[in-house]
Ligand binder design. Structure first.
Ligand code: NOJ
Length: 559
């Protein structure tokens, strides 16, 4: 079935690092308003905002203290309404990040909850007495915070509360019907204001396993040394999660013309189908972690294998997402491409892959100008919880600081959180003040202004791809079949839709390959017409150059 959100190109904005208009070093909503024409010119049709709610900012906004107010660092509710109006006036849409797994410990609900055992809000969170003088179970928190437990003892009432993330982010208890109602009311409030959907944080973790048993997995260092296990499977996809999402769909999502995308770690394609199959009426699509967030570098063969499995979800009437980076990942050109010699070529090749695979496309701010990872010299430069927590736990368990940092640097979430690089002026034009986080020093050469006029421009190539997606439904709705599945370097696939047929060729590496190999494997490409290539010229069509991407239209089937 056709839907606007299947055709969408979503542009993800990390407000804090986007554009600062009041000189306090923090990006703000008025900054986004000022950049709307830029976003529109990129060809994005939906904007996704990372959390902008009132928050103590322990986890950059994912610790929400009030779901219905805007954090004053970003602006006011009036600013938000103006942003929404202006987004809509340009024919775009806007979705909010919705964090339902936990709140900040500064949320009023938690303040009430911790005040006494018989407070009406007590049961909004997950409280347990200790076991043999220790925490209720062996779970470790995902941020490696403190000595690693997922439980925090609260002296006031003598019990522990569960926090899978920071101790300042207590997990909510979705078994509580009042909590469920309050959350539904809150989401409807945003939708009534006109927002066009949600990106649901950690959505497959809302339901916890019955009895909260110990993780059966072995203690894994470094947190293992304290006796806790960081086991993200414990709260993932538990019985009851589908009923809960169906309830949210019935009470909230289905009543509006919106899109809902879930963030789901520990979900593969076989599990995902139960979340996104249309007839199940839960959510529209999920972000999986098999490529962008895979701790093992995904090569061409693995990339193809993952895409084949996920395409099966589309065949079964579900929908999928295509992304290579977000605020929790490294920069895609550094991770999967070559951010030095072939920065333009590899950034545009990766963009071609995303835009021509089936699924809704997500662009993370800065990706469209080929922004790269950052090389911070020491841990003091890092901000995000996971890197900092894991670093100190590693050092405490005997690793040298250099070794610890080296192992964390590539995957650190801060790589994607450095400020947006607008021009070669001070701080990359992000702020006139002192930026909340160091700007990547390569802003002098990698920035939007430069990309607007460079001969080899990642930005202009993105504009071509998004324009093509609007023009050619085959990019969204076409069937998908890979050729040369086991080839270790080339990613080649055919899309077909209503009598049109395209062949896409991407060289995932910096070697040179012959086109003849593909023609041999797929003779039907004899009558071909090149409709897009990321290299500026083509002297020898037979030679597929480093990180080259080509889109061919195969004419033989044309009427
Ligand atoms: C996933 C978010 O993307 C990440 O940034 C955050 O730290 C966790 N969920 C906790 O909300």
């Amino acid at each position: 079935m056709e839907h606007w959100w299947k055709e969408a190109v979503v542009y993800q904005i990390y407000t804090k690092s986007y554009y600062d208009t009041n000189g306090d070093g923090i990006g703000d909503l008025r900054g986004i308003i000022q950049k709307l024409d830029y976003i529109n010119s990129l060809g994005a049709s939906v904007i996704w905002l990372n959390p902008i709610y009132k928050s103590p900012d322990v986890d950059n906004g994912y610790d929400i203290a009030d779901y219905q107010s805007i954090d004053e660092r970003y602006g006011t509710l009036e600013d938000f309404k103006e942003l929404l109006t202006q987004v809509h006036q340009r024919g775009m849409r806007l979705i909010m990040d919705m964090v339902l797994n936990h709140t900040s410990d500064e949320h009023r609900w938690f303040q009430e909850s911790r005040s006494s055992k018989d407070n009406p809000y007590r049961d909004y969170y997950i409280w347990r007495p200790g076991k043999d003088g220790k925490e209720p179970n062996n779970w470790g928190n995902y941020f490696y915070e403190g000595r690693g437990s997922a439980w925090e003892y609260d002296e006031h009432t003598g019990e522990y509360y569960l926090h899978n993330y920071s101790r300042k982010m207590p997990d909510l208890n979705w078994d509580n019907a009042d909590l469920r109602d309050a959350m539904c009311r809150m989401m409807r409030w945003w939708l009534d204001l006109g927002v066009d959907g949600f990106r649901m944080d950690a959505i497959n973790r809302l339901v916890k396993p019955k009895g909260l048993p110990d993780s059966p997995n072995p203690l894994t260092p470094p947190v293992g040394i304290y006796g806790y296990v960081v086991d993200r499977t414990m709260c993932a996809n538990r019985p009851g999660i589908h009923e809960l999402l169906h309830e949210l769909n019935e009470k909230v999502f289905s009543r509006y013309d919106i899109m809902v995308v879930g963030e789901t770690g520990n979900v593969d394609a076989a599990i995902a189908i139960d979340y996104v199959k249309e007839e199940r009426e839960e959510i529209d699509m999920v972000f999986h972690f098999e490529i962008a967030k895979n701790p093992v570098l995904v090569d061409a063969v693995k990339f193809k294998e993952v895409q084949r499995r996920w395409y099966h979800v589309v065949e079964q009437h579900g929908w999928i997402t295509q992304y290579l980076s977000n605020h929790d990942t490294p920069r895609q050109v550094s991770r999967f491409g070559d951010d030095q010699k072939y920065r333009y070529e590899s950034a545009t090749m990766l963009a071609t892959l995303m835009h021509t695979h089936p699924g809704t496309v997500y662009i993370y701010q800065g990706e469209e100008i080929g922004m790269t990872n950052v090389e911070f010299p020491s841990i003091e430069y890092y901000n995000e919880k996971y890197t900092v927590g894991k670093y100190y736990t590693m050092v405490e368990s005997g690793r040298s600081p250099e070794e610890a940092l080296a192992s964390l640097r590539m995957m650190s979430r801060d790589n994607d959180r450095t400020p947006m690089q607008w021009n070669s002026g001070e701080n990359g034009g992000f702020t006139t003040g002192s930026p909340w986080m160091h700007v990547n020093p390569n802003y002098v050469s990698i920035n939007v202004a430069e990309e607007e006029c460079a001969e080899k421009s990642v930005l202009r190539y993105y504009r071509k791809l998004t324009a093509m997606r609007r023009q050619y439904p085959i990019m969204v709705y076409g069937s998908y079949r890979q050729i040369m599945e086991e080839d270790p370097e080339l990613i080649v696939y055919v899309r077909e839709y209503q009598g049109d047929r395209w062949l896409i060729v991407c060289n995932f590496y910096d070697g040179i390959r012959e086109l003849s190999g593909i023609v041999k494997a797929y003779p039907e490409m004899e009558k071909r017409e090149l409709i897009l290539c990321n290299y500026l010229s083509m002297e020898n069509e037979q030679e597929i150059r480093p990180y080259e991407a080509r889109i061919y239209c195969l004419r033989d089937r044309k009427i």
